[in-house]
Design a protein around this ligand. Structure first.
Ligand code: SF4
Ligand code: SF4
Length: 194
């Protein structure tokens, strides 16, 4: 999608296919592996409506997930991620979901109405712990999504809180887990009946 007027044409311009996925022909690669990862992610499941039949959420929370929904699934972030290249392309059995799917999980998990716990998926199946925050994915995103700062790092913190925080662990043992998120009744309605 880069316009020719934005690049110097007095030098050779190199076009090459993505490196992380098998080449089909010319610049075309087989990215079907990504769609298999996508199917592993449980879909959005909203909590029950308010008594007046609506849902309420803060505008700030809406804005936060809106950034992640700008993704056009170009898979450039997947292509530059060295963890995917090391694990996926070398046939490593330890799966890494990749930045595109970390932000897909973020768009669902940070949604104020969602009720699904995707932390076991992040930790055990998508292996978020393998990401070492090099930010290469963020640098190439054509939609300028802050993949690492706004998506991956907060998700890592949620996983760490869930599995490695001894105080929270003890709290849940004593008081149980709160699956449903709090309803903020004082907030203005921004999502009425669909
Ligand atoms: S920050 Fe993480 S997901 Fe992004 S390219 Fe680096 S290792 Fe991959
Ligand atoms: S680079 Fe950006 S737009 Fe492309 S798949 Fe990754 S997150 Fe989506």
């Amino acid at each position: 999608m880069t316009r020719m007027e934005t690049v110097p044409t007095d030098q050779p311009i190199t076009l090459q296919p993505m490196k992380s996925f098998p080449i089909i022909k010319d610049l075309v690669t087989d990215v079907s592996w990504n769609y298999k990862v996508n199917k592993m992610i449980p879909p959005f499941k909203p909590r029950a409506r308010e008594a007046d039949g609506t849902w309420r959420m803060a505008q700030e929370e809406v804005d936060r997930v809106q950034e992640f929904r700008k993704c056009i699934e170009c898979f450039l972030c997947q292509d530059v991620c060295h963890i995917i290249r090391d694990h996926h392309m070398n046939g490593d059995k330890e799966m890494f979901g990749g930045p595109r799917f970390m932000i897909r999980v973020a768009s669902l998990d940070m949604h104020p109405l969602d009720t699904v716990n995707r932390l076991p998926l992040l930790k055990n199946d998508l292996n978020i712990g393998l990401c070492n925050i090099t930010k290469c994915c963020t640098e190439v995103c054509p939609e300028h999504i802050h993949i690492t700062d706004n998506g991956i790092i907060p998700l890592k913190e949620r996983v760490a809180d869930e599995y490695y925080d001894p105080i929270l662990w003890l709290w849940r043992k004593v008081f149980g887990r709160k699956e449903e998120r709090q309803t903020l009744k004082e907030l203005p309605v921004v999502a009425a009946k669909p």
